[in-house]
Design a protein around this ligand. Structure first.
Ligand code: AMP
Ligand code: MG
Length: 284
């Protein structure tokens, strides 16, 4: 529970990112020191997701947000590596299509909410509609301002009506770290495809983004759908914290494997019969 408590944005509180250290790495000196605990978390996630899938009463929605290069893709990959892909759906949210623009902002999001038994991961999300939209004035204030309340209501609907557990992670990196990651991408042919000129024009709007994130974190961290601010300058610590919060939260659901729908003793007899037949035909 230590990371749940430490990084959860208390509902109703005002978030000031300036007072949070994106390089924080707790009691762990480095990657190697955290490795064992990270592995334990991933193993727990594997077991718990198996129960979630079999039980079919609950679902989990994981929202990943963060500035460019904060590690949304990396976190997604890491978390999923512990899960049976059959029970997971990942959705990346890009600029809305012309059709999507003709609808309310939640219209395109709702179909991707998880069905019972499943995990949905949002790589970006409905929050873009109070982030990029606000920063770039893609809609007037009268349009984006009421969205915080709409979001809270919509998320509540998912939790109440469909027993969806919602975890929202804001991956927080520093401006210096971002520039280092941009450089690393430039130098690594395997990552060059991710580079765009807009990375740099967006970077110029850093302060506006921070303000928009602070508003979203402050107004939309609720009991039913909390935000977590994850110090993400160290990728290994980010993975440790996120995996730990997911594992602890799933643990709290007290998921049980469903009882077999058949009489196991009767089935055991069928097995024995088949086995005897097999042995006889082999002896044959
Ligand atoms: P990426 O995640 O790097 O593939 O980039 C996706 C792009 O889509 C980002 O620049 C987002 O800001 C943008 N985007 C996502 N959702 C919205 C939205 N609702 N309105 C405008 N732009 C969006
Ligand atoms: Mg990008």
């Amino acid at each position: 529970m230590k990371f749940v408590k430490k990084f959860r944005v208390e509902p109703g509180s005002d978030v000031h990112l300036g007072s949070i250290d994106p390089s924080f790495h707790g009691d762990y000196a480095n990657d190697a020191e955290a490795a064992q605990e990270l592995q334990r978390n991933l193993t727990r996630i594997t077991e718990l997701q198996r129960k979630l899938y079999a039980d079919r009463t609950h679902s989990l929605l994981i929202v990943l947000q963060g500035i460019d290069s904060a590690g949304k893709d990396g976190t997604c990959w890491h978390v999923i590596s512990a899960m049976d892909p059959q029970g997971v759906q990942v959705t990346g949210f890009k600029q809305p299509t012309p059709e999507e623009k003709e609808h309310d902002f939640l219209w395109r999001v709702h179909p991707h909410a998880p069905q019972r038994g499943y995990v949905s991961i949002f790589n970006r999300s409905h929050y873009e509609d109070v982030l990029v939209v606000r920063v770039h004035k893609l809609a007037p204030k009268e349009v984006w301002k009421p969205r915080y309340d709409f979001i809270n209501e919509w998320e509540k609907l998912l939790t109440v009506e469909n027993k969806t557990t919602i975890l929202k992670f804001f991956l927080y990196i520093s401006k210096e770290e971002q520039l280092e990651r941009f450089k690393a991408r430039l130098d690594d042919p395997a990552h060059q495809w991710k580079i765009s000129a807009s990375d740099y024009s967006e970077r110029e709007k850093w302060d506006d983004y921070i303000k928009a994130f602070e508003a979203a974190l402050s107004r939309c961290s609720t009991e039913h759908a909390p935000w977590f601010v994850i110090p993400a300058n160290h990728k290994w610590f980010r993975n440790l914290a996120v995996s730990s919060i997911i594992a602890d939260t799933l643990d709290d659901l007290n998921l049980k494997l469903p009882k077999p729908s058949v009489d196991i003793e009767e089935i055991r007899k069928l097995y024995q019969q088949a086995k005897n037949d097999e042995d006889r035909s082999k002896a044959g």
